[in-house]
Design a protein. Sequence first.
Lengths: 331, 281
Amino acid sequence: MPVVDRRTPAPRTPRQRPAPRRAVRKAPPRRQGSGRAHGLWPYALIAPSIGGMLCLLGYPLVRAVLISFQDFRLRQLISGEADFVGLRNYRTLLADPRFWEVVGRTFLFMAINVVLIMVIATLVALMVERLRRVGRTVVLCSLVLAWAMPVVAATTVFQWLFHSEFGIVNWALTSLGLGSFERYPWFADGTAAFAILVTLIVWQSVPFAAITLYSALTTVPLELYESARLDGAGAGRIFRSVTFPMLRPIFLLVFSLEVIWTFKAFVQIWVMTRGGPGDATTILPVYAVQTALSSQRYDLGSAASMITVVLMSGVLVLHFRQMFRQEDETR
Amino acid sequence: MNTRTARPRLRRLPLNIAAAVTVVVCLFPVYWMIATAFKPSKDIQSSDPRLFPHTWTLDHFERAVDADGFALFWRNSILVTLGAVLLALLVALGAAFAVARMRWKGRRQFMLMVFIAQMAPWESLIIPVYIISRDTDMLDRLPTLTLIYFMITLPFTIVVLRGFIGTIPPELEEAAQVDGCTRTGAFWRVAMPLLAPGLMATSLFGFITAWNEFAYANFLIIKQQDNRTLPVWLSSFQNTFGTDWGATMAASTLFALPALVIFLLLQRHVTSGFAAGAVKG
């Protein structure tokens, strides 16, 4: 993706420049196309993509909005006809203390995950940069392997690691003298289950963030570090005044991606705990699906999903602004 | 002399320890999955788990492969995934070519749409997709999954292919056209061979995304259990294997193996960061 392996910032190319005539095409703007009249060809080429997006993405989204304004339960699912009830579903949700608990938990979950991922990934990236060649290859390879681990497989493995009777974690903790962890049932306790999910998600997300930050780090010119060192700056000062400002765009991109991906933790949570024990690991997407498919309140579930999308879109706007700034620089 | 060589080594010690810790933390769950899969059952269910198995056995793999429906779900996964990736590749190739090589009104808007689609909140669309597929009688059918996975992988495929096509100088094709090739002919004969590695890498990433997808496979295939895919089967291992963790880990290993191999093969691409946003888990 051009976002990450970006070139050195070039001055913005003006987007609308007069199409060069065919004869004088000695120095056409890079990747801007030949400037010939293509007629309807480009539109024919993008038509399948547009069609796919409209039918498979646009329509479900519209349908979700509609359902969130309707009275839609099992009966309406079978008959296929539903009445509009205005904002009733949203009012029901917002008046439900359980919903607010879920929203609070979602933000807590997101904050813990993102902070841990960003801090650990930055440290790992800085470390990889300082390693010699062999060490660097070994660390990068193991990061890639952890990243490659399929979500469901990793979740299953973590259930096995934290197994109460034969799990290696309980064995290790007990061997270290923490006798209280003998046969400790991790998934029976809300906080423990929450902590395991955070561990799992951090373990899965750090490789991507670290590798991306590392590949961005390698683009910082070495002279900058040298001159900073000559001026007597320490390691912390160099990070604050040289590394971080240079990497700011990539930091922001990784940050917003990680925030958005927190909602993808749906899979891990559903496979591992289904939101339990009690409500301890229920975050918004889990809550929406539970409400819709388990208690057949499709209307309330859709409303919760729409609230999730609105909450996410704040971060998305930040993400796209950053992305398009990069687009303009690289193209 | 001695102190001079020893000091940098000593100074690098914390760094090397940190590197070792990172490697162990990253690899241990993967290692433990594989190690458990090869251990005899009595070593798995012991109060003193051995870090390195003494005896190796293939029993667990045999049980996993013989388990109900493994072959069937494996075939389903492959069919759905390949269908989605090929469809996405075909559709994306046209769009990427239009974006990278042609000038037309609305190009920027189209790319904005693609970027938005790439960030689509699929986790929040499960309910309407479920209802729509129920209304159109598409529930419990594999083509539904193929279409969804096609849409999930399409935006990324367009973005990456656009980048790859952009790196091929248009002059090459123009030269072929001067020599008498048609525009399409020039693209197929000149650009496609150059594009092949990019197409390969892109489709492998799409393959992994679709191979791993769980949420839709879980909620759209309900009654027709024969149409389930591997991730859903694996997630319900307790129904299949009970407390047989050896077989469960063997099944996980078999399921994870394609992804692990593909990532290692594509390591160069992965570490250059080109897959940013493509593969999550």
